[in-house]
Design a binder for this molecule. Structure first.
Ligand SMILES: [Zn+2]
Length: 297
């Protein structure tokens, strides 16, 4: 399935990603409501990667416009104090808005956002925190399917019915989980295996060159460099790559030429899409990838 993914993402200023069919928003930087307009009203679940302001400052307007019967559900790394603070501020600021829910989650938590669609949190190294303290995540989205086990595939439907009556449905099916989408969050490149097998990987690529990683966002939080991201992508199995969170110091031309050079160097065959600084990129998968007119299905 080709999802309708729309994103704005510029390091330091704002990042948000909407996956329309999943009623999902990952990160909630400034401008998300103005950028998505009515489409923002379809969002039911929000997952924030970390409490840097460029990833959450769009929440007040979004929540104010969209709160209804327990929605939206806003998931955040459990030990980030910014979210309870914002939630209680918003309750005073917009007392008529009562129904949003705020859910602190831990590393490896899994949240069902739709029938057979799960979102999993994965700790990353953007913010230093002791083990067991949860402050910064990437997210993986899984589709779960129940497939008939091979040994039952030749049975007739009445035989299957009988077996299910005796042993239950679990007995004849196996669970297949497909990692349909992943988002790195803000992070340095670390463990390659994290994203291996993602059908679509959205990865941050703040820097084109080695320019230190404390200049773009304060507090010494860590980011990725484009060559490290593409080297990882070369080593693992990914269907489609979307790069976002570039620093605004780079022009489109600089980004294009750095990315194309590395795609060639690392012989990357999958479609690669770019979210340029300062621009909303709508329905990304239906645009033309930087490396040609490849079919990204
Ligand atoms: Zn950021």
């Amino acid at each position: 399935m080709k999802y309708n993914i729309t994103s704005y993402s510029t390091a330091l200023f704002s990042t948000w990603i909407n996956v329309e069919e999943l009623n999902l928003l990952i990160d909630a930087g400034d401008g998300l409501s103005a950028g998505l307009l009515q489409k923002s009203r379809k969002i039911k679940n929000v997952f924030i990667t970390h409490p840097d302001r460029d990833h959450l400052n769009g929440l007040p307007q979004f929540v104010q416009l969209n709160a209804r019967d327990g929605f939206p559900r806003i998931h955040y790394p459990k030990d980030s104090g910014s979210f309870p603070a914002m939630s209680s501020f918003l309750k005073k600021f917009d007392p008529h808005v009562t129904s949003s829910s705020w859910v602190g989650i831990e590393d490896s938590s899994r949240v069902e956002i739709k029938n057979n669609i799960l979102v999993e949190a994965l700790r990353n190294k953007h913010i230093k925190a002791p083990q067991g303290v949860h402050k910064s995540f990437g997210y993986k989205v899984y589709e779960v399917k129940h497939k008939l086990k091979t040994e039952f595939q030749s049975k007739s439907s009445s035989e299957i019915k009988d077996i299910v009556n005796i042993h239950g449905r679990e007995f004849i099916t196996e669970k297949i989980e497909t990692n349909i989408l992943s988002f790195s969050g803000d992070t340095p490149v670390d463990d390659y295996s994290k994203w291996d097998g993602s059908e679509i990987l959205i990865h941050e690529s703040t820097f084109l060159k080695n320019e230190g990683d404390s200049q773009v966002e304060s507090k010494g939080n860590k980011h990725s460099r484009i060559d490290e991201v593409l080297q990882m992508v070369k080593e693992i199995n990914i269907g489609t790559l979307i790069l976002n969170h570039f620093s605004s110091r780079y022009s489109k031309e600089e980004i294009d030429s750095a990315v194309l050079k590395l795609i060639k160097e690392y012989k990357i065959q999958i479609p690669v899409f770019l979210v340029y600084p300062g621009e909303i990129k709508r329905d990304i998968l239906r645009t033309t990838p930087i490396n040609g007119t490849m079919n990204s299905d």
